[in-house]
Design a binder for this molecule. Structure first.
Ligand SMILES: *Cc1c(COP(=O)(O)O)cnc(C)c1O
Length: 369
Protein backbone atom coordinates (compact mmCIF):
# COMPACT_ATOMS: atom_id res chain seq x y z
CA UNK A 1 0.00 0.00 0.00
CA UNK A 2 1.40 3.41 -1.00
CA UNK A 3 2.11 5.90 1.74
CA UNK A 4 -0.17 8.95 1.66
CA UNK A 5 1.89 12.08 2.24
CA UNK A 6 1.16 15.46 3.74
CA UNK A 7 2.78 17.06 0.68
CA UNK A 8 5.44 15.69 -1.65
CA UNK A 9 7.20 16.86 -4.84
CA UNK A 10 4.92 16.75 -7.89
CA UNK A 11 6.66 17.21 -11.22
CA UNK A 12 4.65 18.14 -14.33
CA UNK A 13 3.15 15.35 -16.40
CA UNK A 14 4.45 17.11 -19.51
CA UNK A 15 8.09 16.90 -18.35
CA UNK A 16 8.70 20.66 -18.55
CA UNK A 17 11.26 20.50 -15.73
CA UNK A 18 13.40 17.92 -17.52
CA UNK A 19 13.46 20.02 -20.70
CA UNK A 20 14.92 23.01 -18.85
CA UNK A 21 17.36 20.83 -16.92
CA UNK A 22 18.43 19.18 -20.20
CA UNK A 23 19.04 22.64 -21.65
CA UNK A 24 21.37 23.38 -18.72
CA UNK A 25 23.26 20.16 -19.50
CA UNK A 26 23.37 20.83 -23.24
CA UNK A 27 24.87 24.28 -22.71
CA UNK A 28 27.04 23.10 -19.78
CA UNK A 29 25.51 25.73 -17.49
CA UNK A 30 25.77 23.40 -14.50
CA UNK A 31 27.39 26.13 -12.41
CA UNK A 32 25.19 28.44 -10.40
CA UNK A 33 23.77 31.26 -12.53
CA UNK A 34 22.89 31.01 -16.19
CA UNK A 35 19.80 31.34 -18.36
CA UNK A 36 17.49 29.25 -16.16
CA UNK A 37 18.24 31.41 -13.10
CA UNK A 38 17.58 34.67 -14.95
CA UNK A 39 14.44 33.33 -16.62
CA UNK A 40 13.11 31.79 -13.39
CA UNK A 41 13.44 35.18 -11.70
CA UNK A 42 11.75 37.01 -14.58
CA UNK A 43 8.97 34.47 -14.99
CA UNK A 44 8.12 34.37 -11.28
CA UNK A 45 8.25 38.18 -10.94
CA UNK A 46 5.93 38.53 -13.93
CA UNK A 47 3.53 35.92 -12.56
CA UNK A 48 3.18 37.44 -9.08
CA UNK A 49 3.24 41.01 -10.38
CA UNK A 50 6.44 42.48 -8.96
CA UNK A 51 9.45 44.26 -10.46
CA UNK A 52 12.42 42.29 -9.18
CA UNK A 53 13.30 38.81 -7.91
CA UNK A 54 16.48 37.06 -6.78
CA UNK A 55 16.63 33.25 -6.92
CA UNK A 56 18.33 31.87 -3.80
CA UNK A 57 19.31 28.54 -2.27
CA UNK A 58 16.39 28.54 0.19
CA UNK A 59 13.49 30.51 1.60
CA UNK A 60 15.50 30.86 4.80
CA UNK A 61 18.33 32.55 2.87
CA UNK A 62 15.74 34.88 1.33
CA UNK A 63 14.47 35.91 4.79
CA UNK A 64 18.05 36.47 5.94
CA UNK A 65 18.83 38.77 3.00
CA UNK A 66 15.49 40.60 3.39
CA UNK A 67 16.47 41.40 6.98
CA UNK A 68 19.87 42.65 5.81
CA UNK A 69 18.27 44.69 3.02
CA UNK A 70 16.06 46.57 5.50
CA UNK A 71 19.08 47.14 7.75
CA UNK A 72 18.44 44.78 10.68
CA UNK A 73 21.60 44.59 12.80
CA UNK A 74 22.82 43.54 16.24
CA UNK A 75 20.34 44.16 19.11
CA UNK A 76 17.59 45.45 16.80
CA UNK A 77 14.04 44.30 17.56
CA UNK A 78 12.08 42.38 14.91
CA UNK A 79 8.35 41.67 15.38
CA UNK A 80 7.51 38.22 14.05
CA UNK A 81 4.46 35.97 13.97
CA UNK A 82 4.78 33.29 16.66
CA UNK A 83 2.79 30.60 14.86
CA UNK A 84 5.20 29.59 12.10
CA UNK A 85 8.11 27.33 11.19
CA UNK A 86 11.42 28.13 12.89
CA UNK A 87 12.95 29.20 9.54
CA UNK A 88 10.99 32.46 9.83
CA UNK A 89 12.81 33.34 13.05
CA UNK A 90 16.32 31.84 12.74
CA UNK A 91 17.61 34.55 10.36
CA UNK A 92 16.73 37.20 12.99
CA UNK A 93 19.21 35.44 15.26
CA UNK A 94 21.78 35.14 12.41
CA UNK A 95 21.72 38.96 12.43
CA UNK A 96 22.16 38.99 16.25
CA UNK A 97 18.84 40.82 16.47
CA UNK A 98 15.99 40.05 18.89
CA UNK A 99 12.60 38.62 17.94
CA UNK A 100 9.42 39.71 19.71
CA UNK A 101 6.69 37.16 19.06
CA UNK A 102 3.19 38.29 18.04
CA UNK A 103 0.19 36.03 18.59
CA UNK A 104 -2.35 34.94 15.96
CA UNK A 105 -5.77 36.54 15.62
CA UNK A 106 -8.78 34.51 16.82
CA UNK A 107 -10.22 32.65 13.84
CA UNK A 108 -7.06 33.21 11.82
CA UNK A 109 -3.71 31.33 11.78
CA UNK A 110 -1.84 34.58 11.20
CA UNK A 111 -0.67 37.71 13.00
CA UNK A 112 -3.28 39.62 15.00
CA UNK A 113 -3.25 43.30 13.95
CA UNK A 114 -4.44 44.24 17.46
CA UNK A 115 -1.50 42.44 19.05
CA UNK A 116 0.80 44.15 16.55
CA UNK A 117 -0.54 47.54 17.63
CA UNK A 118 0.04 46.55 21.25
CA UNK A 119 3.63 45.57 20.46
CA UNK A 120 4.31 48.97 18.87
CA UNK A 121 3.36 50.61 22.20
CA UNK A 122 6.18 48.69 23.87
CA UNK A 123 8.96 48.57 21.27
CA UNK A 124 10.38 50.36 18.26
CA UNK A 125 11.23 47.48 15.88
CA UNK A 126 13.50 47.61 12.83
CA UNK A 127 11.22 45.27 10.83
CA UNK A 128 8.03 43.19 10.98
CA UNK A 129 7.78 39.65 9.55
CA UNK A 130 4.29 38.38 8.81
CA UNK A 131 3.53 34.83 7.60
CA UNK A 132 0.72 33.49 5.37
CA UNK A 133 0.41 30.15 7.10
CA UNK A 134 -0.84 27.04 5.28
CA UNK A 135 -1.50 29.26 2.25
CA UNK A 136 -4.07 31.51 3.92
CA UNK A 137 -3.48 35.23 3.62
CA UNK A 138 -2.75 37.21 6.78
CA UNK A 139 -4.78 40.40 7.38
CA UNK A 140 -2.17 41.94 5.20
CA UNK A 141 -3.78 45.28 4.37
CA UNK A 142 -4.32 46.10 8.06
CA UNK A 143 -0.82 44.93 8.99
CA UNK A 144 0.73 46.89 6.15
CA UNK A 145 -1.16 50.03 7.24
CA UNK A 146 0.11 49.67 10.82
CA UNK A 147 3.71 49.26 9.58
CA UNK A 148 3.37 52.32 7.34
CA UNK A 149 1.95 54.33 10.24
CA UNK A 150 5.11 53.56 12.20
CA UNK A 151 7.40 53.76 9.19
CA UNK A 152 8.73 50.24 9.74
CA UNK A 153 9.49 47.88 6.81
CA UNK A 154 7.31 44.81 6.33
CA UNK A 155 8.69 41.43 5.22
CA UNK A 156 6.21 38.80 4.04
CA UNK A 157 7.09 35.15 4.59
CA UNK A 158 5.02 33.72 1.73
CA UNK A 159 6.95 30.41 1.78
CA UNK A 160 3.66 28.52 2.08
CA UNK A 161 1.43 30.83 0.05
CA UNK A 162 2.73 31.06 -3.52
CA UNK A 163 -0.48 31.33 -5.57
CA UNK A 164 -2.59 32.86 -2.79
CA UNK A 165 -4.24 36.04 -4.04
CA UNK A 166 -5.89 38.58 -1.76
CA UNK A 167 -7.83 41.53 -3.23
CA UNK A 168 -6.37 40.83 -6.68
CA UNK A 169 -2.80 40.99 -5.37
CA UNK A 170 -0.47 38.04 -4.80
CA UNK A 171 0.71 37.39 -1.26
CA UNK A 172 4.43 38.09 -1.08
CA UNK A 173 4.03 41.36 -3.01
CA UNK A 174 2.38 43.50 -0.31
CA UNK A 175 5.43 44.05 1.87
CA UNK A 176 8.69 45.87 1.21
CA UNK A 177 10.13 42.39 0.61
CA UNK A 178 8.50 39.02 0.10
CA UNK A 179 9.97 35.52 0.13
CA UNK A 180 8.93 32.20 -1.40
CA UNK A 181 10.27 28.69 -0.72
CA UNK A 182 10.71 25.83 -3.17
CA UNK A 183 11.55 23.21 -0.57
CA UNK A 184 10.38 19.67 -1.38
CA UNK A 185 7.14 19.92 0.60
CA UNK A 186 5.97 23.29 -0.77
CA UNK A 187 3.32 23.80 -3.47
CA UNK A 188 6.02 23.86 -6.15
CA UNK A 189 9.58 22.74 -5.60
CA UNK A 190 13.10 22.91 -6.99
CA UNK A 191 14.09 20.21 -4.43
CA UNK A 192 15.50 23.14 -2.46
CA UNK A 193 15.41 26.84 -3.23
CA UNK A 194 13.84 30.21 -2.53
CA UNK A 195 13.08 33.60 -4.02
CA UNK A 196 13.34 37.12 -2.65
CA UNK A 197 11.01 39.62 -4.36
CA UNK A 198 10.57 43.39 -4.17
CA UNK A 199 9.83 46.50 -6.21
CA UNK A 200 13.03 47.92 -4.72
CA UNK A 201 15.70 47.36 -7.38
CA UNK A 202 18.54 48.53 -5.19
CA UNK A 203 17.54 46.08 -2.45
CA UNK A 204 17.36 43.11 -4.81
CA UNK A 205 20.69 44.05 -6.43
CA UNK A 206 22.24 44.21 -2.97
CA UNK A 207 20.77 40.81 -2.09
CA UNK A 208 22.31 39.27 -5.24
CA UNK A 209 25.65 40.83 -4.26
CA UNK A 210 25.54 39.38 -0.73
CA UNK A 211 24.35 36.03 -2.12
CA UNK A 212 27.46 35.72 -4.32
CA UNK A 213 30.11 36.23 -1.59
CA UNK A 214 29.93 40.05 -1.72
CA UNK A 215 32.44 40.28 -4.54
CA UNK A 216 33.12 43.88 -5.50
CA UNK A 217 33.48 44.75 -9.18
CA UNK A 218 37.19 44.05 -9.56
CA UNK A 219 39.08 41.20 -11.23
CA UNK A 220 41.19 40.61 -8.13
CA UNK A 221 38.36 39.54 -5.75
CA UNK A 222 37.96 42.68 -3.68
CA UNK A 223 35.79 42.35 -0.52
CA UNK A 224 34.40 45.22 1.54
CA UNK A 225 31.47 43.38 3.10
CA UNK A 226 30.70 39.88 4.44
CA UNK A 227 29.02 37.72 1.81
CA UNK A 228 27.16 34.43 1.59
CA UNK A 229 26.94 31.55 -0.88
CA UNK A 230 23.15 31.77 -1.27
CA UNK A 231 22.47 31.62 -5.04
CA UNK A 232 20.23 28.99 -6.63
CA UNK A 233 21.95 26.69 -9.13
CA UNK A 234 21.06 26.93 -12.80
CA UNK A 235 20.05 23.24 -12.80
CA UNK A 236 17.54 23.69 -9.97
CA UNK A 237 16.22 26.91 -11.52
CA UNK A 238 15.32 24.75 -14.54
CA UNK A 239 13.11 22.61 -12.31
CA UNK A 240 11.56 25.82 -10.98
CA UNK A 241 10.72 27.12 -14.47
CA UNK A 242 8.92 23.88 -15.27
CA UNK A 243 7.09 23.90 -11.95
CA UNK A 244 5.84 27.47 -12.47
CA UNK A 245 3.96 26.23 -15.53
CA UNK A 246 1.84 23.91 -13.36
CA UNK A 247 1.37 26.17 -10.34
CA UNK A 248 -2.25 26.96 -11.27
CA UNK A 249 -3.02 23.21 -11.59
CA UNK A 250 -1.50 22.61 -8.15
CA UNK A 251 -3.53 25.44 -6.56
CA UNK A 252 -6.69 24.05 -8.14
CA UNK A 253 -5.98 20.57 -6.74
CA UNK A 254 -5.08 21.88 -3.25
CA UNK A 255 -8.39 23.77 -3.20
CA UNK A 256 -10.26 20.67 -4.31
CA UNK A 257 -8.62 18.66 -1.50
CA UNK A 258 -9.59 21.30 1.09
CA UNK A 259 -13.19 21.43 -0.14
CA UNK A 260 -13.48 17.62 -0.10
CA UNK A 261 -12.41 17.61 3.58
CA UNK A 262 -14.94 20.33 4.41
CA UNK A 263 -17.66 18.29 2.69
CA UNK A 264 -16.44 15.00 4.21
CA UNK A 265 -16.58 16.31 7.80
CA UNK A 266 -19.70 18.46 7.46
CA UNK A 267 -21.65 16.24 9.89
CA UNK A 268 -19.00 16.37 12.60
CA UNK A 269 -19.47 19.61 14.51
CA UNK A 270 -16.30 19.09 16.51
CA UNK A 271 -14.17 19.52 13.38
CA UNK A 272 -13.77 23.10 12.17
CA UNK A 273 -11.67 24.80 9.50
CA UNK A 274 -10.08 28.17 8.97
CA UNK A 275 -11.21 29.26 5.53
CA UNK A 276 -10.19 31.92 3.05
CA UNK A 277 -11.76 35.35 3.56
CA UNK A 278 -13.86 37.34 1.08
CA UNK A 279 -11.75 38.52 -1.85
CA UNK A 280 -9.20 35.77 -1.24
CA UNK A 281 -8.07 32.87 -3.40
CA UNK A 282 -6.10 30.72 -0.94
CA UNK A 283 -3.68 28.08 -2.24
CA UNK A 284 -4.60 25.84 0.76
CA UNK A 285 -1.06 24.43 0.81
CA UNK A 286 -2.02 22.19 3.74
CA UNK A 287 -5.57 21.38 4.79
CA UNK A 288 -5.70 21.79 8.58
CA UNK A 289 -8.51 21.04 11.00
CA UNK A 290 -9.24 22.29 14.51
CA UNK A 291 -10.72 19.79 16.98
CA UNK A 292 -13.16 20.96 19.62
CA UNK A 293 -13.47 17.49 21.13
CA UNK A 294 -12.49 16.02 24.51
CA UNK A 295 -12.64 12.52 23.11
CA UNK A 296 -10.89 12.70 19.74
CA UNK A 297 -7.56 14.50 20.07
CA UNK A 298 -4.99 15.25 17.34
CA UNK A 299 -2.78 12.44 18.70
CA UNK A 300 -5.60 9.91 18.41
CA UNK A 301 -6.19 10.87 14.77
CA UNK A 302 -2.47 10.86 14.00
CA UNK A 303 -2.12 7.34 15.44
CA UNK A 304 -5.16 6.03 13.55
CA UNK A 305 -3.81 7.43 10.25
CA UNK A 306 -0.25 6.30 10.93
CA UNK A 307 -1.44 2.67 11.31
CA UNK A 308 -2.69 2.91 7.72
CA UNK A 309 0.61 4.43 6.48
CA UNK A 310 -0.91 7.92 6.23
CA UNK A 311 1.07 10.99 7.25
CA UNK A 312 -0.39 13.83 9.35
CA UNK A 313 1.20 16.51 11.56
CA UNK A 314 0.33 18.83 14.41
CA UNK A 315 0.05 22.56 13.73
CA UNK A 316 3.44 24.34 14.03
CA UNK A 317 4.47 24.66 17.66
CA UNK A 318 4.49 28.43 18.33
CA UNK A 319 7.92 30.00 18.50
CA UNK A 320 7.31 31.60 21.91
CA UNK A 321 6.92 28.04 23.30
CA UNK A 322 10.23 26.84 21.85
CA UNK A 323 13.08 26.37 24.36
CA UNK A 324 15.58 27.96 21.97
CA UNK A 325 13.63 31.24 21.94
CA UNK A 326 12.40 31.31 25.55
CA UNK A 327 14.43 34.40 26.49
CA UNK A 328 12.50 36.61 24.06
CA UNK A 329 9.30 38.56 24.71
CA UNK A 330 5.88 37.59 23.35
CA UNK A 331 2.79 39.73 22.88
CA UNK A 332 -0.09 37.40 23.68
CA UNK A 333 0.24 33.71 22.88
CA UNK A 334 -2.98 32.00 24.01
CA UNK A 335 -4.52 31.89 20.54
CA UNK A 336 -1.59 30.15 18.86
CA UNK A 337 -1.17 27.84 21.88
CA UNK A 338 -4.76 26.67 21.46
CA UNK A 339 -4.20 26.04 17.74
CA UNK A 340 -1.15 23.95 18.57
CA UNK A 341 -3.15 21.94 21.09
CA UNK A 342 -6.22 21.35 18.92
CA UNK A 343 -5.00 21.54 15.33
CA UNK A 344 -3.91 18.91 12.84
CA UNK A 345 -2.61 19.05 9.26
CA UNK A 346 -4.13 16.38 7.02
CA UNK A 347 -2.67 14.78 3.88
CA UNK A 348 -2.78 17.45 1.18
CA UNK A 349 -0.61 15.85 -1.46
CA UNK A 350 -1.58 16.92 -4.98
CA UNK A 351 -0.79 13.38 -6.19
CA UNK A 352 -3.38 11.93 -3.77
CA UNK A 353 -6.36 10.29 -5.52
CA UNK A 354 -10.00 10.87 -4.52
CA UNK A 355 -10.12 7.26 -3.29
CA UNK A 356 -7.11 7.84 -1.07
CA UNK A 357 -8.60 11.00 0.36
CA UNK A 358 -11.92 9.22 0.97
CA UNK A 359 -9.99 6.65 2.97
CA UNK A 360 -8.43 9.38 5.13
CA UNK A 361 -11.87 10.87 5.74
CA UNK A 362 -13.41 7.48 6.61
CA UNK A 363 -10.66 6.61 9.11
CA UNK A 364 -11.19 9.93 10.90
CA UNK A 365 -14.99 9.76 10.84
CA UNK A 366 -14.88 6.26 12.31
CA UNK A 367 -13.32 7.71 15.48
CA UNK A 368 -16.64 9.39 16.24
CA UNK A 369 -18.82 6.31 15.75
C1 LIG B 1 9.33 26.25 4.41
C2 LIG B 1 9.24 27.49 5.16
C3 LIG B 1 10.33 28.37 5.26
C4 LIG B 1 11.72 28.04 4.83
O1 LIG B 1 11.91 27.76 3.53
P1 LIG B 1 13.19 26.87 3.10
O2 LIG B 1 13.18 27.02 1.61
O3 LIG B 1 12.93 25.48 3.55
O4 LIG B 1 14.40 27.47 3.72
C5 LIG B 1 10.13 29.58 5.91
N1 LIG B 1 8.95 29.90 6.44
C6 LIG B 1 7.90 29.08 6.40
C7 LIG B 1 6.62 29.51 7.01
C8 LIG B 1 8.01 27.83 5.77
O5 LIG B 1 6.96 27.00 5.77
Amino acid sequence: MNRIFLASPHMSQQGYEQEYVQEAFDTNWIAPLGKNVNSFEDELAHMVGIQHAAALSSGTAAIHLALKAVGVEKDDIVFVQSLTFSATVNPIIYQHAKPVFIDSAPGDWNMDPEKLREAFKKYKPKAVIVVHLYGLSARIDEIKAICEEHNVPLIEDAAESLGTIYKDQWTGTYGDYGIYSFNGNKIITTSGGGMLVSDNKEGIDKARFWATQAREQAVHYQHEDIGYNYRLSNVLAGIGRGQLKVLEDRVEKKREIFNRYVEGFKDIEEITFIKERDNERANYWLSAIILESDKVTPVIIMDALSKENIESRPIWKPMHMQPVFEQYDAIGGEVSEAYFEKGLCLPSDTKMTDEEQDKVIEIIKALWS
